[in-house]
Design a protein around this ligand. Structure first.
Ligand code: GAP
Length: 487
């Protein structure tokens, strides 16, 4: 039976009461849609990052990791097109001073897409249809204008920067990877095709952050730039191919060359979704229409996910051509080419970029895992059906009583099992309540130490999902848990 979709209220209230995620700067009443990950939340987040790194970097011989800077040379953002083009259309409500994203207002009110429309056309659309501020319902709105999403900050006098001394906080991790390309090619044995992966913070001055951790000003991305050879005859045909909006309009050979990369990455992304336990029925691959492609892309598909507030972008996979390397080559004056060791051919590699938002992965995992289950005895429990690798606590060890040597035996078992990851010892309260607390944070297995343990060296092992209990010898515990949960 399929579980009902949880509401955002259910997810947020679980996150708050169990210290998974809470409002940033909570004691000051919160601040600008920031959220802080508590002990369980930060462990889940780390588990996701570790799994991603293992799956895409450590388990593959064609991808290496890097850790680039948040501050890049300001010229890099001119080269990448972010200074000129990383904009949303903003309108302000003159009455309540709310900042509103014009495309969201049009989409929500008129159910139409206004991407690519000029500021004038969007302003007219809003006026002609008497659209109102979603906050106070006033029609007293400013005209639409472009708003650059990059945060700017100032360097100290001694540091070198652009002419005006400003630097940007990176709005994507990708550009740090492009800037590292030359070092990697010059100083490692990397051979095209190869990928560079990075996990790190990105910052966007979003006009309307919201939906909990879905859209934030400060968030983490896990990105790969995968470098591969250009289609044959690219050099002669570049101008013509770049003038066509989408690879579907390219010749068959060039199109197949790019689509082979998409096919491989599409499988890898599906596999990743399964690894972290995303409900496959909630994941949808959606192609971008040619007119909706970013300035650097000739084909992009997103993985959209059925979040409690609707189907929205979770991940993206974009073909960025040789746009970024060519632009950085032009702006830096440094050659960013590759010489094929077999053919001696020299070219600027093309790039496929699979990009994964960490916060959105976290939210999609919680959405997939959350259940309020009605039990046979008429009570109910909240349970997170997390994959063991994602669960913040792997095993909980619970002495039946706080006396008679049971805590001591429990603590010995705890020490022995910590090689599986974080384990928790809990001796407070009724055993049933203690099981419920562990169910709520997704602990796959609980171990209860009782009076029989003292007689026969066995413990009760309780499975989170089935709630079934088994008696297992302490000496067999590690093998049993490894085989069933952590192998
Ligand atoms: N390098 C390409 C790039 O940055 P993007 O679609 O703008 O592409 C990539 O962002 C991913 O980052 C998204 O698919 C999403 O998961 C995540 N993301 C983007 N903006 C976000 C925000 N404001 N808050 C949280 N996650 C965000």
């Amino acid at each position: 039976m399929t579980k009902p979709m949880p509401t955002m209220q259910q997810i947020q209230s679980l996150c708050k009461r169990r210290g998974i995620v809470s409002l940033g700067s909570d004691i000051y009443g919160g601040f600008g849609n920031t959220y802080s990950y508590g002990p369980y939340g930060s462990q889940i987040k780390k588990n996701i990052k570790d799994l991603w790194w293992k799956n895409f970097v450590e388990n593959r011989s064609d991808i290496m990791g890097i850790d680039g800077d948040i501050f890049l040379h300001p010229k890099a953002w001119e080269a990448s097109g972010h200074v000129a083009g990383f904009n949303d259309q903003l309108i302000d409500c003159k009455d309540c001073k709310a900042r509103i994203r014009a495309d969201h207002l049009v989409e929500d009110s008129l159910k139409m897409d206004c991407e690519g429309m000029s500021d004038e056309a969007v302003t007219k659309l809003i006026k002609d249809n008497n659209l109102q501020c979603p906050n106070c319902k006033s029609e007293n709105l400013t005209e639409a204008r472009k708003f650059n999403l990059m945060f700017k900050t100032e360097l100290s006098k001694t540091a070198k920067a652009g002419d005006d001394n400003f630097v940007y906080l990176r709005p994507e991790t990708a550009q740090a990877i492009f800037l590292e390309f030359k070092n990697v090619v010059d100083n490692t044995r990397a051979k095209v095709p190869f990928g560079l992966a990075q996990i790190g913070k990105a910052f966007r001055n979003e006009i309307t952050p919201g939906n909990f951790i879905f859209r934030q000003l400060e968030f983490e991305q896990m990105e790969i730039e995968y470098f591969f050879s250009p289609p044959k005859n690219w050099t002669e045909n570049k101008e013509k191919l770049m003038s066509l909006g989408h690879i579907n309009d390219w010749d068959e050979e060039s199109r197949n060359h790019i689509n082979a990369q998409f096919d491989a990455w599409s499988k890898d992304i599906d596999n990743w979704c399964e690894i972290v336990g995303l409900d496959s029925k909630k994941c949808h691959a959606i192609e971008h229409a040619p007119e909706k492609l970013s300035h650097y892309s000739k084909r992009t598909f997103d993985i959209e996910f059925d979040f409690p507030f609707g189907q929205k972008e979770l991940y993206g996979c974009a073909y960025r051509t040789d746009f970024d390397l060519s632009q950085h080559q032009k702006f830096s004056g440094k050659k960013l080419e590759y010489r094929d060791p077999q053919t001696n051919e020299v070219y600027t590699p093309h790039v496929l970029e699979p990009t994964f938002g960490l916060g959105r992965t976290f939210l999609a995992i919680l959405t997939s895992a959350y259940e309020e289950e009605k039990l046979e005895d008429g009570t109910s429990r909240t349970v997170l059906h997390l994959k063991p690798a994602i669960a913040p606590v792997k095993v909980a060890i619970l002495p039946l009583m706080k006396k008679d040597g049971l805590p001591e035996i429990s603590k010995e078992i705890l020490q022995d099992l910590q090689s599986f990851g974080a384990c928790e010892y809990d001796e407070g309260g009724q055993i049933g309540k203690r099981y419920r607390r562990q169910d709520e944070i997704g602990t796959p297995v609980c171990i209860t130490v009782d009076y029989d343990t003292k007689e026969d060296n066995t413990v009760t092992v309780r499975d989170r999902d089935t709630m079934k209990q088994e008696r297992i010898k302490i000496s067999d515990l590690k093998t049993y848990l490894f085989t069933k949960y952590f192998g």
